[in-house]
Design a protein around this ligand. Structure first.
Ligand code: G6P
Length: 593
């Protein structure tokens, strides 16, 4: 959601900014813009639409300093005026902003009663307030400190000052922003991917810090004005992982990468040929009397599977909470809770707000994330990485299986289990996924025949119900078919009223104890005209089941039953000719609450 990239150095900046913005596309956006420092002025190009469109409208002036932005609309519709960068009325400052200013109305009334704002954004207020403070205090750094004291909410800002062409200022609170250090140049970006083509040395900025960046120097300051010494870090990401290669879409590439990701996880979490995780983490989990899993979207669905794994394998009770709910409706806590934050990006604002809350209450936390150095990674007590590689498609696939795999290893080690070999079972799962991915044509065919209606249901019981919820999310987010993931036994208590001729109902059957009951529920909807598809494990399958999957360990079935549903969603969207990797209205990394 919203992306920032900036460069100050010796190369022509246009291509660096546009390429950087392209790597941030995955976060979700609806408009884009750049500001370029030329020898005379700062020129701004921006508009609603894709980076490709921006590329067409950007002028040819020479420039070695600039900032760029992708905007995901929060305040005001996507259009030219609301796009970033925004320039102060006096023309001196140009800035881009990621985040949401919560007190913009209050500040507008206090400082700008007679001012007619051109855009509907909160960002225009920020640039005017900065310019106001600079006029008042005659120094940009003092003005920035006043600005940070006044603004409430989340903001990552990159700022150009017409009177000082040799500097980019950046400011951060709650929204991610990193600095990239180069040789004769420096950069800023919302994540490392935006800068990785140019450099692999980075500095983090913490909340309520600002920095002054020239092509030779990086100075990071606290809000008090005190200079900060900070260690740099490098990223293990391979820029090639961010390319689609021969695939038509990142989503298909990422689905097919899942066996490889599982094998990498087995490899990363082993020592002396046995599964292994940091003892401190294992002990922290063992010492807690209840685990609280906090997450959003697909990660929340992985958390539901995590509950099953911890309760069945490690015998520790678990509650799973949607992060945006948890912040405002915190349950009564047990005596010794441990909080597990599951997040692909490590940046989801709702999850971060929950973390801030539980930290204030004095509780310990563990982040399970794909992004080393992300906000959740930095701010939790313990961390486990997903090792899934960059996930670019908005619809999460390989991060979901990586989350389940990492949770299973953690539960297994905490439970000190000897009655099955998880390492071996996970390798078998990887093989089964590989076989499933070879059956593309079957899934394409079923998708074509099945998704003929505006709505659809995925059903299942217990662990299959959790998979049904993730399957439904996958289908609705990229095909726009209204889909519900439903507990099959609950259908008859109301929802069955929605079943009519040809309503697609897809059932997931992976557990012996629920097999027959789910099959009865399928008969009930079929009798009312539903067009049913059954995904089952071989040992439980019946003759006419359309998708039959080789058996895996009963607790690991979500890793295999999810695969057909990911591919069905992919082909449903493909046949509708939709933007599979960047579905409408969605963002990959949701950095506002
Ligand atoms: C967005 C993405 C989802 C993701 C969710 C949580 O909504 O589109 O794919 O599951 O955020 O993101 P996280 O990075 O915390 O896993």
């Amino acid at each position: 959601m919203c992306g920032i990239v900036g460069y100050i150095g010796y190369k022509d900046v246009k291509d660096i900014l546009l390429t950087g913005l392209q790597t941030l596309e995955y976060r979700g956006y609806d408009s884009a813009g750049v500001a370029l420092f030329t020898d005379k002025d700062i020129v701004v190009y921006k508009d609603k639409g894709r980076i490709e469109h921006l590329r067409q409208i950007v002028g040819s002036e020479a420039s070695c300093t600039g900032i760029g932005h992708t905007r995901w609309a929060t305040h005001g519709v996507p259009n030219h005026v609301n796009s970033h960068p925004h320039q102060s009325l006096d023309g001196r400052f140009v800035l881009v902003h990621n985040g949401v200013i919560e007190n913009d109305d209050e500040l507008k009334h206090k400082y700008f009663v007679d001012y007619k704002f051109k855009s509907e954004t909160d960002t225009e207020l920020v640039v005017e307030l900065l310019s106001y403070y600079v006029r008042k205090y005659k120094a940009v750094d003092v003005a920035l400190r006043h600005l940070m004291n006044r603004l409430h909410g989340s903001y990552a800002l990159a700022i150009l000052d017409k009177e000082d062409p040799d500097v980019i200022y950046i400011v951060k609170n709650k929204s991610p922003l990193l600095i990239g250090k180069g040789d004769g140049f420096n950069m800023v970006g919302s994540d490392v991917m935006a800068m990785l083509k140019e450099t692999n040395e980075f500095y983090e900025l913490d909340d309520l810090e600002y920095a002054k960046i020239t092509k030779e120097k990086i100075e990071i300051y606290e809000i008090t004005g005190a200079l900060i010494e900070r260690e740099s870090f490098s990223s293990k990401l391979d820029p090639n992982d961010m390319e689609k290669g021969t695939y038509a879409h990142f989503m298909l590439k990422e689905i097919e990468e899942q066996p490889f990701v599982l094998r990498r996880i087995i490899d990363e979490y082993k020592k002396d040929e046995k599964l292994y995780m940091d003892e401190e983490i294992i002990n922290a989990v063992r010492q807690s009397d209840r685990l609280y899993i906090i997450a959003a979207g697909t990660s929340y669905h992985a958390g539901l599977i995590g509950k099953e794994l911890f309760e069945k394998i490690a015998k520790i009770p678990v509650e799973v909470h949607i992060s945006s709910e948890f912040v405002y409706n915190t349950p009564l806590m047990s005596q010794k809770p441990l909080f597990i934050f599951i997040s692909q990006s490590g940046e989801t604002a709702d999850s971060r707000a929950s973390l801030v809350k539980i930290k204030k209450m004095g509780y310990q936390s563990l982040a399970i994330t794909n992004v080393e150095g992300s906000t959740l990674y930095r701010e939790t007590n313990y961390q486990l990485l997903l090792h899934a590689g960059p996930e670019i498609a908005v619809a999460s696939t390989k991060a979901y299986s990586a989350q389940i795999a990492v949770l299973s290893i953690l539960a297994y080690l905490v439970g000190d289990i000897n009655d099955f070999d998880l390492r071996h079972e996970l390798s078998l799962v990887a093989n089964v996924i590989e076989t499933l991915c070879d059956e593309n044509e079957l899934f394409e065919e079923i998708a074509k025949k099945t998704f003929t209606k505006r709505n659809c249901f995925y059903i299942g019981r217990c662990i299959d119900f959790y998979v049904a919820q993730e399957a439904a999310l996958k289908l609705k987010e990229i095909s726009y078919i209204q889909t519900e993931g439903f507990a099959s036994g609950e259908l008859k208590h109301g929802t069955i009223a929605l079943i009519e001729d040809d309503t697609p109902v897809i059932a997931v059957i992976s557990q012996e104890n629920t097999n027959l009951n789910t099959r009865s529920n399928i008969k009930e909807v079929k009798a009312r005209g539903a067009n049913t598809v059954i995904i089952s494990l071989k040992s439980l399958s019946a003759e006419k089941d359309q998708i039959v999957i080789d058996d895996v360990h009963p607790l690991l079935t979500p890793l295999v039953t999810i695969i057909p549903t990911q591919l069905l969603a992919y082909y449903a969207a493909l046949h509708r000719d939709l933007d599979i990797d960047k579905p409408r209205n969605l963002a990959k990394s949701v950095t506002v609450e």
